[in-house]
Ligand binder design. Structure first.
Ligand SMILES: Nc1ncnc2c1ncn2[C@@H]1O[C@H](COP(=O)(O)OP(=O)(O)O)[C@@H](O)[C@H]1O
Ligand SMILES: [Mg+2]
Length: 234
């Protein structure tokens, strides 16, 4: 089986070398647990270390903010963008029109960008922000499901972020995201301690412990040899 290395220090060894290629992985956690940094690092590493083109789709913030956030680490993303190894796309949805139609047309934009750049790594940050734009509560699940399902046809290895309430056993905001995903990685922040847990990963054995991580000047570093007790997570 082909695997895709996240390139995040200490993480790939927890999943036998990498994410099974073509998976959609949900990255869940409360606010401030490093979901955005993790997913930026996944795209950056792909471009910088493995020459794999990546597309970062943001629903929450504009492309400039994402760039500033990335540049706060020692990541030279301008060159990668010029070389078409990396792109940031702000999903364009207006609350004034029916969201379902807009999602259709945004999927077409994403698809053409994926084809044009030969994108291998895709991020959608976040499914929660997308979900709240869907006003009819009855159609949130089906619309989100349809969106993620359409992304699966793109032949990328994808990270979808989900913002949860700070409840350690909840992995999504709408209760559907984790079922669509092939994998779930949970991030926790119990101040001042940060930790990460591979909850599910279809098609591969994986580590079942919770591990601490920190954020340095080069991004996230997972301490694969250290463990955090479940009881220590609040
Ligand atoms: N350059 C940086 N160096 C160290 N820590 C940072 C840096 N940028 C952000 N952080 C920390 O990471 C936290 C979470 O980042 P973020 O990925 O945006 O969280 P989330 O997307 O889960 O809400 C910030 O609140 C801050 O504490
Ligand atoms: Mg975020």
């Amino acid at each position: 089986m082909e695997r895709v290395k996240t390139g995040i220090k200490g993480l790939d060894e927890l999943i036998k070398g990498g994410i099974p290629k073509g998976s959609s992985v949900l990255l869940s956690g409360g606010s401030g647990t490093c979901k955005t940094i993790f997913s930026m690092q996944y795209i950056y590493n792909g471009a910088q270390l493995f020459q794999e083109p990546g597309l970062f789709v943001t629903v929450e913030s504009n492309a400039k903010n994402i760039m500033w956030n990335m540049e706060s680490f020692n990541w030279d993303i301008k060159k990668l963008q010029q070389d078409k190894l990396m792109a940031i796309y702000r999903l364009k949805v207006s609350p004034k029109q029916a969201i379902e139609n807009q999602i259709e047309s945004e999927l077409e934009v994403i698809e053409s960008q994926v084809k044009e750049m030969g994108v291998k790594r895709l991020v959608v940050d976040s499914t929660t922000a997308l979900g709240v734009l869907i006003k009819d509560p009855g159609s949130i699940r089906s619309t989100l499901f349809g969106f993620v399902d359409a992304l699966k046809d793109l032949d990328c290895t994808t990270f979808l972020t989900a913002e949860t309430e700070n409840v350690k056993t909840t992995f999504s905001a709408f209760g559907v995201e984790e079922f669509i995903a092939d994998g779930v990685i949970a991030l926790y922040f119990t101040p001042p301690h940060r930790s990460i847990f591979v909850r599910k990963m279809r098609g591969t054995a994986h580590d079942k412990n919770i591990h601490p991580f920190d954020i340095g000047t080069d991004g996230i570093n997972v301490k694969a040899k250290e463990q955090v007790l479940w009881e220590a997570i609040k």
